[in-house]
Design a protein around this ligand. Structure first.
Ligand SMILES: *Cc1c(COP(=O)(O)O)cnc(C)c1O
Length: 337
């Protein structure tokens, strides 16, 4: 299948800008730092899930669905973007949300993305501690079918082959912007969780034979849990587009760093929080405690360890998430005291 022939709905604000992070770069003396503003894709605050949803919602339409079901953590940005596009396109939206950090902090449970999910009209189902999210999703699907609905289930993070195509498109967009700006990006660095974003980017770069390497900073899984999922997804995307890409673990074009997860998914780290503060105060850009703060902490550490050449062009993919900041207010405030 040719990428241009895959059904896609166009609602993202594209192309997202690529901006130099001059002040941040000056604080290190190199490499050259740029940011791709995928936090500005449009859907109720935007983020990386919006590009995936352009393909997933087209598929839901083609299947004549009337209801969308998806899942994530309570502060999921994916859930919020899905709720927003469902509202706009007139789908009922059911979301199953778990408590990945096992907290009873009221801001976390009610503010940030959750507040927005409610505002956007999603039916929010809290996953009880003793139940698995996937089971709740199956139950919702069965119940909705029994009541005569035609539900469409979007997997966690929108990370299946179709969703990942959003980032094949993004790889093309980045390469076109690079050509226009006459910058060869040596690296694209981004957070990785359910892996669709990185898989799509890596496949997209491979299919265009670009030399740019991707570096994912894991925000969720360790190597044994992530690696197979990631490479199956990359292969799935390439196969779908009719060009097997023969990427396997150890390929120098795909790098994953697992050192910045901290105590676990969704749990803020000191380094992540200080990276958020540093980028806010040097660039006026808001990162988030779950993904982009940890990825930026990784970028900063790698710069300090001289991982990059001083002349390298490094593009940080800002995948969004600042709406989650409000849910994390009680974790963030101690930083300012
Ligand atoms: C979902 C998400 C990610 C991770 O993307 P995956 O495709 O799941 O790997 C990164 N950053 C933000 C802000 C997200 O919401």
């Amino acid at each position: 299948m040719n990428l241009d022939d895959v059904p896609r709905m166009k609602f993202a604000h594209l192309p997202t800008p690529i901006e130099p992070m001059t002040a941040l770069r000056e604080s290190f003396g190199g490499p050259n730092l740029f940011v791709k503003r995928d936090d500005c894709t449009g859907l109720a605050g935007g983020g990386n899930k919006t590009r995936k949803l352009e393909y997933l919602m087209a598929d839901a339409m083609a299947k004549k669905a009337d209801t969308i079901i998806t899942l994530g953590g309570i502060q999921s940005n994916h859930v919020r973007q899905t709720a927003a596009i469902s509202a706009k396109l007139g789908f009922q939206c059911h979301v199953a949300v778990s408590n990945p950090i096992n907290t009873d902090d009221q801001q976390y449970l009610t503010n940030g993305n959750v507040l927005l999910d409610h505002l956007l009209g999603a039916v929010v189902h809290r996953v009880p501690p003793e139940e698995e999210t996937d089971k709740l999703v199956s139950r919702l699907e069965e119940d909705l079918k029994a009541s005569g609905k035609n539900p469409y289930v979007i997997p966690i993070g929108g990370s299946n082959v179709l969703g990942s195509l959003g980032y094949v498109t993004c790889a093309r967009e980045i390469l076109a912007q690079a050509e226009e700006k006459k910058i060869d990006f040596d690296w694209i660095i981004l957070p990785i969780a359910s892996a669709g974003t990185l898989a799509g980017l890596a496949a997209g770069l491979r299919l265009t034979s670009a030399k740019t390497r991707v570096l994912g900073i894991s925000a969720w899984k360790l190597q044994d849990e992530l690696q197979d999922t990631l490479f199956e997804l990359v292969e799935g995307v390439c196969d779908y587009l009719g060009h097997p890409c023969d990427l396997s673990p150890g390929d120098p074009s795909i790098n994953i760093n697992y050192n910045f997860i901290g105590k676990g998914y969704g749990l803020p780290t000191k380094k992540g929080l200080s990276a958020i503060k540093r980028v806010a105060t040097t660039e006026g850009i808001l990162l988030d405690p779950v993904y982009t703060g940890k990825a930026m902490a990784g970028l900063i550490s790698l710069i300090e360890e001289n991982f990059f050449q001083p002349t390298d062009n490094v593009l940080f993919l800002h995948t969004g998430g600042s709406q989650g900041l409000y849910g994390y207010v009680n974790f963030l405030l101690p930083l300012f005291r």
